[in-house]
Write a protein that binds this ligand. Structure first.
Ligand code: ADP
Length: 476
């Protein structure tokens, strides 16, 4: 049986700030069913101790050297549904903040990586593949190759998954050398130096045996200077060992047939409930209900990445096209204010719900006709996949995972699962919305698109299977 160890800073259901936690959790859960002895290792953040403490089994403890300091490492274990999770315990490093920011965060995760490597022989689990995720665990391949080459860990193959290249873990080399005992000669652009800093993610890109990202298009994009955040040099050099696997969503959580958050369940075969959800949603949010008016929604952080300025610019045009618009999100003050202004200006036609509301998000996915995502960049994106599951057609900018998950409508064949535009430009977004609204008025074409969108497979098992294939290429 192949042994896989996933190392991650966060993992569902224990601690989550973003998509990394979902993928890590899904892999830990689904890989065993595919015949892998897959386990996951992560920090024992305080929230985990609080919620799961009683179920954690203390295995053993030891100390590691971090620079001149000797630090406690406790190893806790939790097993459920065939999955095994290890937690690295140290209350000094892992408290309330999963990510401390700055120097503190570099030290937190330098400690974590050292503790992982020292724990493996004691756990009697030397994986065939060590699967690292983002910069927090990206230094592991370098440590294995430069410091553990002649130990039992020397033969481990490593995979680095980049979930978002914007975060790289950069700091002064002297500090990192002190923490991890890295030799001076690695502080060069050939290895971990990048624009004057020691860079954890770059070290991972140099030393990992394979690299992947969370969508094939993002794998292409990060080789270009516009998207690479300075790492295009090394990524181009390793292009032949860089690929993309689209993330998945949890079909059990996002299921219009059994979702407890939505008032009227529905399915691909019977969409009656979706119409009722739309009516209920308009009532809940104070929008004028008219079955002939499409609802265009956005459920997203209100940040620059998400293209909120384009949505804001195209919004009056959407209303003029006869659509109702719903914005759910929070983030930058100027975008929140712009959305509030739009609501006040188009009462009954636009609703801006500023905040985070998971249940409302489900009802919006269920009751809307279209979901707009105009991102500047999008490593994978989950909202468009969730929307399709609920028969809500995505209108997306062709970037990263949006490009890979949405098939644009072809008016000649009727094929597609949504609508798309390429340039980062508000009028191009508007024209995409216009195409969508035109199709909305053509009941047959719309029904065909909704059916195709709901049939698309974005499940975790598919995603886990593709990771399994990637591990195999590492081991063959
Ligand atoms: P990102 O991780 O970059 O924010 P994704 O599309 O990958 O974007 O995932 C966003 C997830 O967060 C989706 O599940 C979406 O439904 C959810 N979400 C975003 N904003 C809100 C909000 N204000 N309220 C509820 N859910 C939200």
């Amino acid at each position: 049986m192949r042994k896989i160890l996933i190392a991650a800073a966060e993992c569902v259901p224990f601690a989550k700030t973003g998509g990394l936690a979902d993928v890590a959790g899904a892999l830990a859960k689904h890989l065993p069913a595919l015949g892998y002895d897959a386990r996951l290792i992560m920090p024992c953040h305080r929230v985990i101790k609080q919620r799961w403490g009683a179920q954690l089994e203390h295995l053993f403890s030891f100390s590691v050297q971090l620079g001149w300091r000797s630090q406690y490492v406790g190893i806790e274990r939790y097993c459920a549904d065939g999955a095994t999770y290890y937690f690295i315990d140290n209350e000094f490093y892992f408290g309330d903040m999963i990510y401390r920011g700055g120097r503190g965060e570099v030290e937190q995760y330098a400690f974590f990586c050292r503790a992982v490597l020292e724990a493996l022989p004691m756990l009697d689990f030397i994986p065939d593949v060590l699967h690292c995720n983002d910069w927090h665990t990206a230094i592991l391949p370098m440590l294995i190759k430069t410091q553990y080459g002649f130990t039992a860990l020397g033969g481990i193959k490593t995979l680095l998954t980049i979930h978002n290249i914007a975060y790289q873990g950069k700091y002064d080399f002297a500090f990192i050398r002190d923490l991890l005992g890295i030799e001076e000669r690695y502080n060069t652009p050939e290895f971990m130096e990048s624009f004057g800093s020691a860079n954890f993610l770059k070290a991972g890109c140099v030393f990992a045996d394979r690299i992947n990202t969370v969508s094939p298009s993002y794998a292409d994009e990060i080789c270009r200077p516009e998207y690479s955040e300075g790492l295009d040099g090394i990524l181009n050099a390793r292009r032949h060992q860089l690929s993309g696997i689209l993330n998945g969503i949890d079909d059990a959580v996002f299921n219009p047939e059994s979702d407890p958050a939505i008032p009227h369940p529905f399915s691909r075969e019977d969409l009656t409930g979706k119409g009722q959800c739309k009516k209920a949603l308009c009532g809940e949010l104070g929008l004028v209900y008219d079955p002939d008016r499409p609802i265009i929604a956005s459920i997203s952080r209100l940040t620059e990445q998400k293209g909120i300025d384009l949505i804001n610019a195209a919004l009056p045009g959407m209303v003029d096209l006869g659509a109702n618009v719903i914005i759910l999100g929070s983030g930058a003050r100027e975008y929140e204010d712009a959305m509030r202004y739009a609501e006040a200006h188009h009462r009954g036609r636009v609703c801006a719900y500023i905040g985070y509301n998971e249940e409302l998000a489900h009802r919006i996915y269920a009751g809307s006709d279209f979901l707009v995502m105009a991102s500047r960049f999008e490593p994978c994106g989950l909202s468009q996949m969730i929307a399709m599951r609920y028969g809500t057609l995505p209108i997306v900018r062709e970037t990263g995972g949006l490009r890979d998950s949405v098939i644009p409508y072809n008016r000649y064949t009727g094929e597609g699962t949504g609508f798309s535009f390429s340039r980062y430009d508000a009028s191009d977004l508007y024209f995409a919305v216009e195409r969508a609204v035109t199709v909305y008025r053509d009941k047959l074409a719309m029904a065909q698109l909704v059916d195709a969108a709901m049939a698309a497979d974005f499940s975790f098992p598919r995603c886990a299977q593709q990771y399994g294939q990637l591990y195999e290429t590492l081991l063959s």
